[in-house]
Design a protein around this ligand. Structure first.
Ligand code: CO
Ligand code: CO
Ligand code: CO
Length: 312
């Protein structure tokens, strides 16, 4: 689809669409909704909102407005659940400095919830997947393993403490990480969500026509992520993500199989994955520490080799 003001569209497999309004302003638009991943409706609302906002942050945008998308089994579910859900989401939108302007609900057998979010950005400063350069360091701003842990919750394999940890992480906005990225003039980034770390790394590698080398020893992991992988708690999407990478990836034989499962694990409201020029990497780490933003170097970008993704 071509339009002179469509700066980022469908075809680029980026986080959100970007449409130029004038020389100084463009809007960033994204939508996401899904069935509950935690039991508590208030927490589900917070997570769904943080997840929907994340695509705006991943582009370097500032969220302005949000619309609720609700599929609700009105006859089989108390309306108090919807009240709690919308309260949680509303709080997150407020925390982001944005506002809920409306929405739409339909009756459905299974509860689903999400948001469409619109943000604002300078058209010259859009952070897409396509501008990584050889030599860039790759940083990740949240540890991996939310898919494994939320699957573990559903199968009663996770205690309340870890449930609280994963809920807090998924509800955490990527706003500060995005501010850090903008301040450091990062050129390419995405957020790690359903396609897992390696799927989203592939999007950057493909769009930038480069190879990404992941250093598996340096990956930040959520507590018990490896143990849950070892006892078969990988969610359904893991296999699809693995198949998605087939033919595009080379994995060193020394990489632990459960660690690999974590790299394919679909994330909900995961961190930002950003490519930072090597001369700014040290400053980024210092800035991150000052701003109390988690940011871990997990690999680097190289000129395009045989495959776009290398895991060592
Ligand atoms: Co995204
Ligand atoms: Co998305
Ligand atoms: Co992006």
């Amino acid at each position: 689809m071509y339009h002179p003001d469509l700066l980022v569209g469908f075809s680029q497999a980026d986080d959100a669409g970007v449409y130029r309004i004038n020389d100084r302003q463009a809007i960033v638009q994204t939508v996401d909704f899904f069935p509950p991943i935690v039991d508590d409706p208030y927490d589900f609302g917070r997570i769904a909102a943080a997840n929907a906002l994340s695509d705006v942050y991943a582009m370097g945008g500032r969220p302005l407005t949000a619309l609720n998308i609700v599929c609700f089994p009105s006859s089989d579910m108390p309306s108090e659940i919807l009240v709690q859900l919308l309260r949680g989401a509303g709080e997150k939108i407020e925390e982001a400095g944005a506002v809920v302007v409306g929405g739409h609900s339909i009756k459905d057998k299974e509860l689903k919830y999400g948001m469409a979010v619109t943000g604002l950005i300078d058209p010259e400063k859009v952070i897409t997947n396509s501008r990584a350069r050889a030599g860039d360091r790759l940083y990740l701003t949240k540890p991996l393993g939310t898919g494994l842990i939320t699957t573990g919750i559903k199968k009663n394999a996770v205690d309340r403490e870890l449930t609280a940890i994963v809920t807090a992480q998924m509800a955490q906005l990527n706003s500060k990480a995005s501010e850090l990225m903008i301040a450091m003039d990062v050129r390419a980034a995405t957020d790690v969500t359903g396609y897992g770390l390696l799927g989203h790394a592939l999007e950057i590698a493909r769009a930038s026509r480069l190879t990404i080398r992941i250093d598996s020893d340096s990956l930040p992991l959520m507590p018990q992520a490896l143990e849950l992988a070892a006892v078969g708690m990988a969610p359904g999407g893991t296999k699809a993500n693995q198949q998605f990478l087939e033919g595009h990836i080379r994995i060193s034989q020394t990489v632990d199989e459960h660690l690999l499962t974590v790299m394919f694990d679909p994330q909900t409201s995961g961190g930002l994955l950003m490519a930072v020029s090597p001369d700014r990497a040290e400053r980024l780490e210092r800035e991150a520490a000052d701003r109390k933003v988690f940011a871990q170097c997990i690999g680097q970008v190289e000129s395009l080799g045989e495959v776009p993704i290398l895991v060592e």
